[in-house]
Design a protein around this ligand. Structure first.
Ligand SMILES: Nc1ccn([C@@H]2O[C@H](COP(=O)(O)OP(=O)(O)OP(=O)(O)O)[C@@H](O)[C@H]2O)c(=O)n1
Ligand SMILES: C[C@](O)(CO)[C@H](O)COP(=O)(O)O
Length: 250
């Protein structure tokens, strides 16, 4: 049989882990951030739909606030979600890293590619999700969606005394810096090893893979994949959603 006549292997199954267990302190007082409304629908539901919008994603694991797993299950039941996707809910931990680890531990066998996506990035477009998956399928152990920076970045030293200005010590070359988003995509075994091995504080999963010495690559991110962190981000998210609804004619 020639190479051309061989059937192509089935593409690896993809699961998405959505850490949604944070309080959202920077957003201000209220319900846990992932449960707050955006366009009348909980932010988490937007994030779940964004992952399930990819036809490659067959399982979504939601990592709920530690005391909110039942509420999250009810929310998933109450909102329309694609039937081709399975959903699991597990309680989260005290840090994002811990929550992702708990989500990974709940993954059944059979999903060789894992996306990790912040509930706090509810509006990531499906093309970005698919671009990350494609890069993992092409052989990268870890993939991040990333954007060039719009601002010049300064490195500072701590202020000599509280309230004093911070001394600027360097201006890194902006052309080589990227602002990194989610979903980050991984070969599952690599991500599991990273979470078993790396113990220090980190702010994203790809940096754990970097610490293993494995390559991480960046694909283009999207401006609508921004993270809802502070109150102004919620205003922007509402505006993006309103624009989408206008464009879609509903
Ligand atoms: N213990 C935690 C902390 C954070 N997250 C999740 O990690 C993502 C990114 O975190 P961030 O935006 O910092 O959310 P919060 O931790 O909720 O925000 P803050 O730091 O303002 O409290 C969010 O989807 C958040 O729910 C989590 O699952 N478990
Ligand atoms: C994972 C992340 O969204 C990539 O930019 C980011 O690092 C999360 O940071 P946070 O301070 O926990 O929101």
């Amino acid at each position: 049989m020639s190479d051309d006549s061989r059937p192509s292997p089935a593409p690896s199954a993809v699961a998405a882990v959505i850490p949604a267990a944070g309080r959202g302190v920077r957003l201000g007082p209220g319900a846990p951030k992932a449960l707050r409304a955006l366009g009348g629908t909980p932010m988490l539901i937007h994030a779940v739909r964004a992952m399930a919008a990819s036809r490659a994603v067959s399982l979504v694991v939601v990592v709920a606030p530690p005391d909110g797993a039942a509420e999250v299950r009810s929310l998933l039941d109450a909102h329309a979600l694609p039937e081709r996707t399975d959903f699991l809910v597990v309680p989260g931990g005290a840090s994002r890293q811990e929550s992702v680890r708990l989500g990974l531990a709940a993954l059944p066998p059979g999903h060789d590619i894992v996306l990790v996506h912040d509930a706090a990035r509810p509006l990531v477009p499906v093309d970005t999700v698919d671009a990350v998956i494609e890069a993992v399928r092409d052989g990268a152990p870890a993939v991040v969606p990333a954007l060039p920076l719009a601002d010049t970045v300064k490195q500072v030293e701590p202020a000599p005394a509280p309230g004093d200005p911070e001394p600027v010590v360097a201006t890194p070359d902006r052309s080589r810096l990227r602002a990194v988003q989610t979903p980050q995509g991984f070969d599952r075994a690599t991500l599991v090893r990273a979470h078993e091995t790396v113990t220090g504080d980190v702010t994203d999963d790809a940096s754990m893979v970097e610490q293993l010495g494995q390559p991480v690559v960046a694909v283009p991110g999207h401006e609508e994949a921004f993270k809802v962190t502070r109150p102004l981000d919620l205003v922007l998210a509402e505006a993006v959603l309103a624009r989408r609804r206008l464009n879609d004619g509903f």
